[in-house]
Design a protein around this ligand. Sequence first.
Ligand code: TA6
Length: 292
Amino acid sequence: MKLQELANRFSVPGVRFETAHGGMIRIAIETAVSTGELYLHGAHVSRFQPAGCESVLWMSEFSCFEFDKPIRGGVPICFPWFGPHPSDAKLPGHGWARLKEWDLVGCGILDDGGVSLDLRTKSTDFELSFRVEFSKSLRMVLSVALTAGAIASRRFEEALHTYLRVGDIRQVSISGLESVAYLDKVGVLAKRDASGEPIQFSQETDRVYNETIDNCVLNDPQLGRTITIRKAGSLSTVIWNPWIEKSARMPDFGDNEWTGMVCIETANVGNNFVEISPGQVHTMKTEIEVTL
Ligand code: TA6
């Protein structure tokens, strides 16, 4: 749907449709409770800022805005696999959902004056719905069903790969996963016991915590805030900071940007894959809330 059609069909106070980087259609939200942005490319939330707070999501200054590439930062939707494809290296990392042009199918005003957006996309096998609520907090709901006529169940992995802005990664801590064992993906894949303490960062960190329904709290002394990441329908949480060498290897990630971000990803990956049968809908939710 073109810009003018969108504006005509979804005329809601505080919602603006614009052509942004790379000619991509971006939805800009500006209300009394928060501001935000979402690209139809990948249904990619790229900005969220509650009133009275600094921006919450991190975006790379070097992100590509090309239709065959993912946007770097914000909240990429990883689906139906996480990381490299298990058997075909030619397929895009983290699946195809973040490379699709999603359709906006709904736009409304929330009780608190925020804005809700409803987006959809599909493939041969799956139908995806994504609801984003730009409220005092950022709420995202990813729902997955099999396409009509499916006769067999199918498995998938998924992640809302949220990039959060931090003052300095070397000063932050993440609580909520102290009692959860994890898969360490840095170097040789290794299972690690629960650390028993909040996560702090002094090197490249790439961890998959499985069998956890716990919320996480990011404590950022430099920005003087905590960010709570709540979740439902998710058994995995992924924690990532690329640190120095990996940042330098990524063309869409500035060499010095690693100090200002951390990923806390609400997911179902690895042994926590999801399997749904025809007629079933699986929903994964996350809420990101800032406390000053
Ligand atoms: O979620 C962490 C991770 O799987 C890392 O291993 C790193 O590859 C990151 O995702 C970013 O992946 P991308 O394909 O977006 O560069």
